[in-house]
Write a protein that binds this ligand. Structure first.
Ligand code: SF4
Length: 440
């Protein structure tokens, strides 16, 4: 009897944003399709893949620490992800990693794995569900529609890490969405560095979907996905004027009434230094127009506090903007210098204490607005999607809550609900982030 070769086991550590998670899912899916097994511990793995993030210094540090831990515990480490685009930073701290691949480098990662943990002889492709392996719960999934970015925001190095915009063909995205929906996914979250730019690199060329000609453009993509009968949510929308075209799809119920537009600041001077669109009056008019077209629209945004050169009066302009815009959900980051970003050359770097204090002040300021907006929902009946449940009730989300970044709805009598179920609830109370409800 011939000795059977042991199936290689791979350890996997994934850090970073939903875009990094989508890359990780592709790698995990391919590994499983080729017959590799996964190891939950470092010690039981033949090698470990670390999928890193390189967005801000804290994320770089976290990635380097994760690589160090995998090296200490296992010794055989392949690095991929955003930080992989800066191999010198990794090698300087960890000269003994086996190999380094960049972000969005499925084929390269697979050939590195083959080189260091040879492919099992007899892959069982049918072990892989058609929708691939996902890192998210089975009822929602991130759907990456493009890679890279053509903007040059001065605080960001993503374009140099991930390259220029490269949109996926519309038919490929819709096919992936159809497979996910068949597998039980109830919410698809569209992601890219800039979802609104989808198709611009392809000059919105006409492709074919189920034999029909369809333009490669965000409006058409959302319209097609909107016919699948699940929630479709858009993340990371750059405020181009054509974003307005999506509002009718929201009003018709094809697209969730949710816009995540990272405005980043509101002082025209700082926006210019950030190399972002700077007409704040126009932004306020557009927000008013969006709300008129879709009254139940939820607007989420993120802001950077303490950008180089930000004066107290620039910061107060930002607080005034929040008062006028009355956004529903707001995230904030204290400015953090990222190696290689153009903003590092700007004069007027502020002390960390000022950057952090302004962030805390911005979040406190927004709390009142958030509380007022959430309080207005008390007494309303809303459809929610259940994420979790236990003996204390269920945790769900309204159309206005994206997973992980927004609030949740605590359904206090939701013990018998199931994750992935849509239910009608009556909102009974709120705090500054979350809602409380009971089943109807
Ligand atoms: S839009 Fe700006 S912040 Fe976003 S990925 Fe592109 S360059 Fe970076």
């Amino acid at each position: 009897m011939s000795a059977r070769r042991k199936t290689p086991r791979i350890g996997f550590v994934s850090l970073g944003c939903p875009k990094a998670a989508a890359d990780a899912e592709l790698i995990l899916t391919r590994l499983r399709a080729e017959g590799y097994e996964f190891s939950p511990s470092y010690r039981g793995a033949d090698l470990v893949i670390v999928n890193t993030c390189g967005f801000i210094d804290a994320a770089i540090e976290e990635s380097l620490a994760a690589i160090g831990e995998a090296l200490d515990e296992n010794g055989k480490v392949i690095v991929t992800g955003c930080l992989g685009a800066r191999p010198e930073t990794i090698r300087e701290r960890h000269p003994h990693v086996l190999a380094i691949a960049g972000p969005h480098a499925l084929e390269e990662v697979m050939s590195l794995v083959h080189a260091h943990a040879p492919k099992p002889h007899d892959p069982f492709e049918d072990l892989v569900p058609p929708q691939g392996l996902r890192l998210t719960p089975s009822h929602y999934a991130y759907l990456k529609i493009a890679e890279g970015c053509n903007h040059r925001c001065s605080f960001c190095i993503i374009p140099s890490l991930r390259g220029p915009l490269a949109s996926r063909p519309l038919a490929e995205v819709v096919k992936e969405a159809e497979t996910l929906v068949k597998a039980g996914v109830k919410e698809l979250i569209l992601i890219a560095q800039d979802t609104a730019a989808y198709g611009m690199d392809l000059k919105h060329r006409t492709g074919f979907l189920h034999g029909r000609p369809v333009k490669t453009r965000l409006y058409e993509l959302c319209k097609e996905l909107g016919s699948l009968g699940v929630w479709i949510r858009l993340h990371y929308v750059y405020p181009y004027s054509h974003v307005d075209d999506l509002l009718p799809l929201m009003a018709e119920g094809k697209l969730l009434p949710y816009l995540d537009v990272p405005f980043q600041h509101a002082s025209p001077r700082i926006l210019r230094a950030m190399k972002r669109p700077g007409d704040v009056e126009r932004v306020l008019e557009r927000i008013a127009g969006w709300r008129k077209a879709v009254p139940n629209l939820t607007i989420r945004s993120t802001f950077i506090t303490g950008f180089p050169g930000e004066t107290e009066s620039d910061f107060e302009e930002l607080l005034d903007f929040l008062d006028e815009a009355r956004l529903d959900r707001v995230g904030a980051f204290a400015y953090s210098a990222v190696a290689g970003a153009a903003a590092n050359e700007l004069p007027g770097m502020l002390p960390e204490a000022v950057r952090e204090e302004r962030k805390a002040r911005l979040l406190r300021h927004q709390e009142e607005i958030s509380l007022a907006r959430l309080s207005a929902l008390i007494g309303q009946t809303m459809t929610v999607l259940v994420d979790e449940c236990d003996e204390e009730g269920a945790i769900a989300r309204t159309m206005g809550d994206a997973p992980d970044v927004d609030g949740v709805v605590y359904v206090q009598d939701g013990q018998d609900l199931r994750p992935g179920e849509f239910v009608e609830v009556e909102i009974t109370d709120c705090d500054v982030h979350d809602l409380y409800a009971r089943c109807r």
